[in-house]
Design a protein around this ligand. Sequence first.
Ligand SMILES: [Zn+2]
Length: 423
Amino acid sequence: MTAPILFRDVRIFDGSGRGLFPGEVRVVGNRIDTVAEGDARLDDNGTQVIDGHGMTLMPGLVEGHAHLTWPSSVERVVNTMKLPLEEHLLVTAQNARITLDYGFTSAYSAGSLGERFEVALRDMIDAGFLPGPRLRASALEKGAEGVMGVPEGHDATHDRDIAGLRRYVADMKALGCDTIKFLMSSDEGFAPGGAQILMYSEEESQAIGEAAREHDIWLACHAQAAEAVKRACRAGFRAIYHCTYADEEALDMLEARKHEVFTAPAPGLLYARVHDAQSFGIGEAEAKRMGAVSGLELMAEVYPKMRKRGIRVLPGGDYGFPYNPVGRNARDLQLFVDLLGFSPIEALVAATRHGGELMALEVGEIKRGKLADLLLIAGDPTADVSILQDKARIPLVMKDGGLHRYEVGQRERSFDIIGRGSI
Ligand SMILES: [Zn+2]
């Protein structure tokens, strides 16, 4: 067994919502063994000491709406969503490593472009053969290809009768998926007016929900129209993404299920279409046509209400486009602060503690007994969440007690300056 690791001279953000406090943290095996506060010193006998030089120690981030199979990343632009299977699976594995490099130690999938890609990838990561975040693996994103511009890859290979839907849910459980993603509504990005087009009837939604409960598998959905959100709530969906057009009744239904439901708006894609996609052929008019401008405005109305109602809203989502690449996911925390009315600490809690609840794993908090997924950050993210977008300011990424990235020793001089300079 490797020696316990002791983090010394760190300021701790523990994921609970309280501000930074000085302390020390000891990791034994893959768990957090002790958290000492203030001037208390832990015994360093027999431990590997990591001197944080006053940096922030925080829980690993959770990407609440991940698409590791969407090909583009900060390392490479891929101008298609569909690659030959072999390349696609390998790019997906690369994206998993990039996601972890950037401090996301967990990822909850919101749909895959390969039927067993994420199941196979999750098992390879869990066995320690490939680097990547803890992964809740999804089946394909299901909808109805060709309806209201729904693109290729969202094909309904399941039969669209009740028995076929039930069989599909059972089959995905048998494949080893943790979650299944349905397009409960189409999207403005697929075709103008698409957000209001419902893809599954009440009866179909209920059948999907019942089958999922029977087979013990989670349900996630893309839901733009208010009625899509309501249908997903009534059917017992666990992750309900976007909710852009949620009305008061939809918000009431989400609030009534706030202990079991999670949402993620995924503002990053819309933001990128408005601000970062010109060189990819999406100008102002196109961004408007795709509903990106109105979508951001609606989110800015809906999500502050959700937060006030205590509905768990998670950052992340829809990274993997050339203009919104995997690796840029932490930008969502800044968008939560700038656009959705979250304080920096609220955005951090959403990406850590609430993320851990979404994963249903003992992650997302620095607390005795929790799994040791930890980041060292040069600077104070509770004052400025934008620093999380800079990989150079995340010199250490620990997952499950193991050091995935550890660049403190080589670069501690410069980090020392950044870390202390921003106190
Ligand atoms: Zn998505």
